[in-house]
Design a protein. Sequence first.
Length: 268
Amino acid sequence: MSESQSQAQAPGGTDEVLRGEHLSKRFGAVTALQDVNFRLRRGEVLALLGDNGAGKSTLMKILTGYQQPSTGQLFMDGKPVKLESVGHARECGIETVYQDLAVVSGLSVFRNMFLRRELTRGGFLRILDDRTMRRQAAEHLKNIGVNVPSVDVEIAKLSGGQRQAVAVARAVYTKARILLLDEPTAAMGVRESAQILDLIKRLRDTGEVSVIIVAHNYAQVFDVCDRVNLLQNGRITFDRETRDTSIQELTDIVVNEYRQARQPAAAA
């Protein structure tokens, strides 16, 4: 994160656009999150790492308004907020792009860009304003550096990286302030992954969007992320700037967790 971005502060004198304090989530006798404290700074890209079952999905669902925490409090720009629903989270400027992208393969790029937010024109009998949607979609994709053959091409005819880029671009087009990306380069080749990582870097450099990435690829994390949080057994056990840690340190932590988990089984 650049010096100018780090100095851009939210109301109340903090550069934290999103913060969680003492978050927990219980499902009956199962505790998915335990006393989680985290922060996301303005213009920052934060990596959220952890094994399957560590609590990443649960935390993401709380941040999207899909689930409510059992205890704890969320803050946006230093002010308490309760995200009542996914729609409410979007109204607050939180958008999510999941692995399945939520794009419609049979629709064109520009129709996907305006999915459920179509522009219309006319009087009593409204019709779709395809001309305006085409123009605005093309301008937005160009502005953030997303290259597609045409905004008229079907999503199904694009590469995986291009489809992911369109899904991210659509989220940003809604004026999202916080972007949650769930494994954005999953099942992609090196070239396609690089395209998505470059797009994330460009969004970060604007200072207008803060990003949380759920990821497993440590090399990509260190390429694009400013800071790393590691979830283990429902707790954030590691919070450090990427410049102050290494792939080896993270790998050693995870390997140690695996060995500790294997001990009871080995003893039995």
